[in-house]
Design a protein around this ligand. Sequence first.
Ligand SMILES: Nc1ncnc2c1ncn2[C@@H]1O[C@H](COP(=O)(O)OP(=O)(O)OP(=O)(O)O)[C@@H](O)[C@H]1O
Length: 241
Amino acid sequence: MPPAADPHPPILQARKLCKVYGSGEAAVHALRDVDLDVARGEFVVLLGASGSGKSTLLNILGGLDRPSSGTLSFAGQPLTGVGEDALTTYRREHVGFVFQFYNLIPSLTVAENVALVTDIARDPMPVDEAIALVALSPRRNHFPSQLSGGEQQRVAIARAIAKRPELLLCDEPTGALDYATGKLVLEVIARINAELGTTALVITHNAAISGMADRVVRVADGRIDRIERPERRLTPAELAW
Ligand SMILES: Nc1ncnc2c1ncn2[C@@H]1O[C@H](COP(=O)(O)OP(=O)(O)OP(=O)(O)O)[C@@H](O)[C@H]1O
């Protein structure tokens, strides 16, 4: 008899992921044999020096890029060895991305920026619900240029979560923000993880942020160097750096 399927597969399962950019003498081994399981609802922080491979890993986990070798699955379904259409569907339906620079459309208001996503999503939340989740309801009709960096990042988060993705992948979401503003943005990500159950993976250079995580994955030279599980998850307000 074949083994029974795991009733609760990890939302992400990576095995022996490798990524090589270029070839020959110019080859860069950005990821080397990365194994990682992420449980549904987890809050994972990825830490590591510049160039260690964090963005490469996050981009592959989010279906923005493909590994050179190794396997990846989402909720038990393979994402490696599949066509471009399957990867696009995965990204569109299941993944919300937040980057360091907010990538908002300057000529559209907050509500219109979020609506860009809800208009094409399968089961989106109402635009104003997404905006309320990031505490920007009073600014719904403002343009990005009228908002602070932290507020713009919260709009980017509203846009990322409005389609109710299972995964929220954030690459240096506080990288361009000052201390207090960065904390506010992290509070929003932590609240979405807690209230919506969205699995969150957050890249940072800032080790202090790791106190917020269920698990801290340390990446060094393209490998997972170690994984730590803090005894108690801190709120962003309790973090200090
Ligand atoms: N498109 C590319 N072509 C060639 N090399 C690349 C490419 N993208 C990334 N790399 C290299 O792969 C390695 C890992 O890069 P990656 O961006 O994943 O690191 P990172 O940990 O996210 O760094 P940072 O914290 O500076 O963003 C680096 O040596 C980088 O120069």
